[in-house]
Design a protein around this ligand. Structure first.
Ligand code: ASP
Length: 439
């Protein structure tokens, strides 16, 4: 059995956190490949080391004093090293970083040092081998990710390893330039390592016990999700639920490796298992509820539009020409509605309207803003009658007017559009009916 374990920044923010991580790794000898993030926040208004590095490098390229800031970062690591009782010295590493910052070597290089140094500390603490991600995570010279080369390099390098630390978030192009993934990218590294070593499980350790059925900022103490499929997760993440970097899903999904989201501060909790498929029915009819605010809708009316060939294409072309992505498109007999992100649309609103008038000569166009979309997601819906009925009666009881309904043909989700002011109450009403009263 082989496991890849990735630890997020809050799991590695201090020596106390490192000790919890060490205990977790030592408790299971199949936890052989460790992917650390940079130290995160120790308390709510603390600064993540990655952000400190960005700001320090920002000073360096503006030719302002940056050495003090770098010393502060060094102190963060030293505190961890001392707390763990290690003899490791990062003096030389910081010297090199200081020189490279003076040479303005690159923003990605700067940010990557957070993971690089934390990887060194972690390897020393565990007695594992340290592998610089620049040697095994490969980017093309245009800085796009090179999936094939990475897989070969990682597999080769790790094939005989019994315990290795590979820092997350970065790699390097063939010419040696350090390149990072987007923020939160250590999740991606973990997934790539899991694919390369053909791991049985990818454990992603963070500070929550998995995904929650609903956003805890809206619903008080929501229950967590025990098992979720990749498809369900995709639907929920699209609507704003986020625990994991989106690009972390693809490599492990392709190889059928499950991801287990676990809590470093509560290792006894089982967390959430993300799988390709499962015959385990979810505890509730729905797996999760997620929503996003900030949509606008454009409703176009034209008599006999359904018999006009190419009508939809022409409308969509107008949005494409204005570089606006379309989120949803429910339609009626003589109407179609396009949901777009309000921020993206607002600036180009008049061009879009003029374009629609010109190309399809509508009878009427109506605009609405301040809309929210809520997705009710669950593989259990397929086998249960009356889910839609329950959704709408819950919303009706909460005096919420439904502006739009969209059920995907997979029967995996139902999306409803409501007014911004009803957004939170709608989510609470849905949680109440599906989870609290469990009918
Ligand atoms: N340290 C990086 C960030 O703060 C990457 C990561 O934590 O995954 O985004």
């Amino acid at each position: 059995m082989k496991k890849v374990v990735k630890f997020g920044g809050s799991s590695l923010a201090s020596s106390e956190q490192f000790k919890k991580v060490g205990k977790i790794i030592r408790a299971d000898e199949s936890r052989m490949f460790v992917v650390p993030s940079a130290p995160g926040k120790r308390f709510s208004n603390d600064t993540k080391v990655t952000d400190m590095l960005y700001s320090c490098y920002g000073a360096a390229i503006r030719e302002k004093k940056f050495v003090e800031q770098l010393d502060e970062i060094h102190a963060r690591y030293q505190e961890i090293i001392d707390g763990l009782g290690l003899t490791l010295s990062l003096e030389k590493d910081f010297e090199i970083i200081r020189e490279n910052f003076s040479k303005k070597i690159g923003r990605d290089y700067a940010a990557s040092r957070g993971e690089y140094l934390n990887g060194k500390v972690m390897a020393a603490y565990l007695g594992f081998e340290f592998i610089d991600a620049a040697e095994v995570i490969r980017f093309h010279d245009d800085h796009t990710f090179d999936e094939d080369a990475t897989n070969v390099l990682l597999a080769e390098r790790l094939k005989d390893s019994k315990g290795a630390v590979i820092p997350g978030f970065y790699g390097a192009a063939e010419n040696g330039t350090v390149v990072t993934f987007s923020r939160g990218g250590s999740d991606v590294t973990g997934s790539l390592v899991a694919l390369a070593v053909k791991a049985d499980l990818y454990e992603n350790w963070t500070d929550v016990s998995g995904f929650l059925i609903a956003d805890p900022r809206i619903v008080k103490n929501p229950k967590s999700i025990e098992t979720i499929t990749y498809k369900e997760l995709r639907e929920l993440s699209y609507m704003g639920a986020s625990v994991l970097h989106e690009d972390a899903i693809f490599p492990v999904r392709k190889a059928g490796i499950p991801i287990n989201i676990r809590n470093t501060n509560a290792p006894e909790d089982k967390g959430t298992l993300i799988v390709e498929g499962t015959c385990r029915q979810p505890k509730y009819t729905i797996t999760g509820i997620a929503g996003t605010d900030g949509f606008a809708s454009v409703t176009i009316e034209k008599a006999m539009m359904n018999s006009e060939i190419g009508f939809c294409r022409k409308v969509l072309q107008v949005f494409e020409d204005n570089d606006i992505s379309i989120e949803h498109m429910p339609s009626g007999i003589d109407t179609m509605t396009i949901f777009v992100h309000k921020d993206e649309f607002e600036e180009k609103e008049q061009q879009v309207l003029a374009g629609i008038h010109k190309t399809i000569n509508p009878d009427h166009i109506e605009l609405e803003s301040d809309l929210a979309l809520i997705a009710i997601v669950g593989r259990g819906m397929r086998a249960t009658r009356g889910t839609a009925g329950r959704i709408f009666s819950a919303l009706a009881h909460a005096h919420i007017n439904v502006k739009m309904i969209d059920q995907g043909s997979s029967e995996l989700n139902i999306i409803v559009g409501v007014r911004h002011d009803d957004f939170k109450n709608a989510i609470r009403a849905l949680y109440e009916i599906f989870v609290v009263t469990q009918i």
